[in-house]
Write a protein that binds this ligand. Sequence first.
Ligand SMILES: Cc1cc2nc3c(=O)[nH]c(=O)nc-3n(C[C@H](O)[C@H](O)[C@H](O)COP(=O)(O)OP(=O)(O)OC[C@H]3O[C@@H](n4cnc5c(N)ncnc54)[C@H](O)[C@@H]3O)c2cc1C
Length: 408
Amino acid sequence: MAEFTLELNDDQKQVRDWLHGFAKDVIRPAAAEWDEREETPWPVIQEAAKVGIYSLDFYAQQFFDPTGLGIPVAMEELFWGDAGIALSIVGTGLAAVGVLANGTEEQIGTWIPQMYGTPEDVKVAAFCSSEPDAGSDVASMRTRAVYDEAKDEWVLDGTKTWATNGGIAGVHVVVAVVDPELGSKGHASFIVPPGTPGLSQGQKFKKHGIRASHTAEVVLEGVRVPGSCLLGGKDKLDERLARAREKARKGGERVKNAAMATFEASRPAVGAMAVGTARAAYEVALDYATTRHQFGRPIIDNQGVAFQLADMRTRIDAARLLVWRASWMATAGKPFTSAEGSMSKLYASETARDVTAQAIQILGGNGYTREYPVERMHRDAAIYTIFEGTSEIQRLVIARTLSGVPIR
Ligand SMILES: Cc1cc2nc3c(=O)[nH]c(=O)nc-3n(C[C@H](O)[C@H](O)[C@H](O)COP(=O)(O)OP(=O)(O)OC[C@H]3O[C@@H](n4cnc5c(N)ncnc54)[C@H](O)[C@@H]3O)c2cc1C
C-alpha cells in the first residue's frame, strides 16, 4: 500500500534549508532598500544566479520533484525572505512556463536559456498577457498577430499592461489574437526575441507593494518576428483553430474565458508565495508579542493577542495544506475536479492579506512604521488576491466547477 506522509524527504529538507539560508542572509537584509528604491534588484538576482537559484536547472529540478512539493517549498522560502525581491528572482519563470507549456522542444531549448542568461550576464524575461481592457476578461484581448506569408513572419500590434519585467526583459512572451472570431480560443503565444524593433516599454508603474519587482506596459508597434517564434508552430495552430471553428460552427461549447482556466495549474505556486509572506509576518508578530511588555507583562499574556496569533498560525498551516494538496494533485496527474488549484490560491492569498494586517495590529505603532518589516509585508501581500486571477475570479472558478452552473 502506498505510504502517506506530510513529512518532507531528506532532499527536500536540504533544498528548503539552503533556500531559507539564502532568503535569510541575502534577500531579507536587502528587502527594505529595494522596496524604497522601487527598482529591480539586479545584484541580488546575480547572487541567486551565482549560487544556482536563478537558473532553469534549479526550477526544472523543483518542477519535476515527483511529490509535487518542490515548487511550493521553494516559493514559500524565497517569499518568506521578501516578496518583491523573490518575484524579481522567480518572475522569469512565468515566461519560461509559457514556453514550456506551448513550445516545441527546439523552442524550449533555444529560448529558455536566453531568458535566464548566465551568472556573469543575467537576463530576465516577461510574460505579457494582460491588457488595459483585458484583465480578468482575457477574451477581450486586442493585441493582434497577423501572418505575413510571403516573409514567413508574424506582425504584432497592441499594448500589454502589468507585465512583470516588461520592457527590461530580453525575451518577451506575448499572447495575441490570431482569430478574433474565436474569443480566447483564437489566441496564440509568441516569442519576441531580445532587441526586436517595435517593442518598447510604456509606463512603469509605481506600486503599493512588491516594489522591487518591475511592472510596466509593453507597447508593440509593427513588431515582426520570424514564423519560428510562434509557440508550438504554425501546423499545430492551424489544427487548433480549425477544431475551434468547427465547434463554433456547430454552435457547440461556449468559448471559455482563458483567464479562468489557463492559470489553474500555476495557482498553487502563487498560494505558496502567499504562505511565505504570511509566515514571515506571523513570526515577527510572535516574537514581538513575547518581548513587548505593557501593564507589566508580555502582550502575548493577553488572550486578545494570543488568540490572534493562534488564528494566524492555524490559517497559515491550512493554507499550506491546500497548496500542497493542489501541487501534489497536479504532479500526480489528478484533475482539479473541485478547482483545487483555485481553492489553494484563494485561501492562501486572503490568509496573507489578513495575517499581515493582524501582524501590524500586534506591533501597534511600530507595526505601522517602516522600521519594522510587517507594513511592507502587508503592502506586498495585497498582490496575491489580484494577480494570476483575482479572489473573485477564483470564487467564480470554484463555484462554476462545483455547480456546473455558468455563474456570471
Ligand atoms: C504587480 C502586478 C504584476 C502583474 N504581472 C503580470 C504579468 O507578468 N503578466 C500579465 O499578463 N499580467 C500581469 N498582471 C495582471 C494581473 O493578472 C491582472 O491585474 C489581474 O488579472 C486582474 O485584472 P485587472 O487588473 O484588469 O482587473 P479587472 O479584471 O478589471 O478587475 C477589477 C475588479 O473587478 C472584479 N471582477 C472582474 N470580473 C469579475 C467577475 N466576472 N465577477 C466578479 N468580479 C469580477 C475583479 O475581481 C476585481 O476586483 C500583474 C498585475 C499586477 C498588479
